[in-house]
Design a protein around this ligand. Structure first.
Ligand code: FAD
Length: 456
């Protein structure tokens, strides 16, 4: 990288917000899983949208590529500099506007964390529809860029469904601003939705207008010991049909619970040990526990209920602590796939069988958002470059009509397999959008399409 334009950047953001020191850069150069590394000549930390626009324009003028980064909790390597790009950290853009109580909306800076947003809107009597275990670090901009899903998609949809408007900086430094809070606005292409899931390849998100949901004070959680995935799906379907307030339906297995117990020091689940577990949460203005227990009244499986916050968190811990327990055990291959619901049980059985036979040293730990057909296949025991298990799992996903990425994105981790579940016409259309908005490949080169695709 030609660093002769650093003085220009210093003039834009101030010298203290250009991090050149190796110790200061380090946290920005490795991802959360420790699987993806790179190096950056410096990290630039603009403090507002005008500064972002000026930084992007200066980098574009110098032909220098940028990697936008929020909380660096992404799981597909898309937020770390892979080939000497400049890291554009958005964490200082963390303003939170007052909640619009008439519309149930709020305008948020891209660098605000999910936990900051939750605290802000809850204090005003509202809530936010997307929730993830990485809430203390992941940012709103990163969540939009990855179209994050999480544990409430079954009721409220993913990040794109919360977007009322967006503000973003294009690769040439121009700003697009759609923040007035218009619920209806059919004036051409929906740029906010185009950027949702674009993984930093089309624009830098600087702010968003988000829809809020009512704060539902009555909550109930049930943990069930289920014999297998098919039973979990059947119970979920029956609770879905019998309640109005189902907010989460999470599936996990004995191997994950053992790992979580070991790393988090938790006691055995109150429903005893079981091959699989289903966690359900209902939320309502009142009587969520009645709703959930009556929906489960005909189901004859060991079940633990919780209504108090502490007890609910106790049941959730078996599920929420999976990601950190897996990472504490080693560097996993993380395969976040989606299947049609009627193929999910078959997928789970066939993945395990295939790995046992073809890659016996692979140690699979599965869990997922079962109501969305989303399973996280985590594989321990393999070198980071050993793609045998990845290849097998993603091929099987494609064969069963699924998607190779349900909610984490393609990043750099899955570029080689994109063609499995997107057609040549799809990929050509996406590449045309990329080259129209970022013809010089300034923003996040290599992400989604791979480096070779860009060089062609
Ligand atoms: C414990 C744990 C649990 C998780 N659970 C879930 C889950 O349930 N569901 C789920 O979907 N994800 C989950 N994740 C993954 C991760 O938290 C999400 O992908 C999150 O949306 C990333 O946000 P971030 O701010 O950390 O983004 P980063 O990791 O910094 O970046 C992610 C991608 O977005 C781009 N980007 C970041 N900010 C911007 C911006 N302002 N403008 C443009 N591009 C940008 C980056 O270039 C990169 O490609 C989990 C991660 C962890 C560690």
């Amino acid at each position: 990288v030609d660093v002769s334009f650093i003085p220009a950047l210093r003039a834009i953001v101030g010298a203290t917000h250009i991090l050149e020191d190796a110790d200061l850069r380090r946290a920005y150069e490795t991802d959360w899983t420790r699987r993806y590394h790179g190096s950056t000549p410096f990290v630039v930390r603009p403090g507002n949208t005008d500064e972002v626009a000026a930084v992007v324009a200066a980098c574009a003028g110098a032909g220098v590529s940028l990697v936008p980064q929020g909380g660096n909790t992404g799981l597909v390597g898309g937020g770390v500099p892979r080939a000497g790009e400049v890291v554009l950290s958005l964490t200082r853009l963390n303003t939170l506007s007052p909640v619009d109580a008439v519309g149930g909306e709020v305008t948020v800076g891209a660098g605000a964390t999910l936990a900051q947003l939750q605290q802000h809107v809850r204090a005003a009597g509202w809530n936010f529809g997307v929730d993830l275990a990485s809430r203390d670090s992941c940012t709103i901009g990163g969540m939009i860029a990855t179209n994050a899903g999480g544990i409430r998609v079954i009721r409220y949809g993913a990040m794109r469904h919360q977007l009322v408007g967006i503000e973003a900086v294009l690769a040439n430094g121009q700003v697009i601003r759609r923040l007035p809070g218009l619920r209806k606005d059919n004036t051409g292409y929906d740029l906010a939705n185009l950027l949702a899931g674009s993984e930093g390849t089309l624009a830098v998100v600087t702010a968003a207008r988000l829809r809020l949901i009512p704060q539902l004070p009555s909550r109930a959680v049930a943990l069930l010991a289920v014999p297998h995935t098919a039973a979990a799906l059947a119970v979920t379907a029956s609770v879905r049909a019998g309640t109005t307030g189902l907010e989460a339906a999470e599936l996990f297995f004995s191997e994950g619970v053992e790992l979580v117990r070991r790393h988090a020091g938790l006691p055995a689940p109150p429903v005893g040990t079981s091959p699989a577990y289903l966690l359900l949460e209902c939320a309502a203005p009142a009587n969520a526990a009645d709703e959930l227990s009556s929906a489960l009244s005909t189901i004859d499986l060991p079940t633990a209920f919780a209504t108090e916050a502490r007890q609910r968190e106790g049941l959730w811990a078996y599920r929420e602590r999976h990601t950190e327990a897996i990472s504490a055990e080693g560097i996993p291959h993380k395969l976040d796939v989606a299947l049609p619901l009627d193929r999910l049980a078959e997928f789970e059985g066939r993945v395990r069988q295939h790995l046992r036979e073809a890659v016996p040293e692979a140690r699979p730990i599965l869990f997922g958002h079962v109501g969305d057909g989303n399973i996280h296949v985590n594989i321990l025991g393999l070198d980071p470059d050993d793609d045998r298990a990845t290849d097998a799992v993603l091929q099987l996903t494609a064969e069963l009509g699924g998607s190779i990425s349900a909610e984490h994105g393609i990043g750099v981790a899955k570029t080689r397999w994109l063609h499995l579940t997107r057609s040549p016409a799809d990929i050509a259309a996406m590449a045309a959008i990329k080259s129209a908005l970022d013809p010089r490949g300034i923003l996040n080169p290599g992400v989604i399409f791979g480096m070779s695709a860009l060089r062609e």
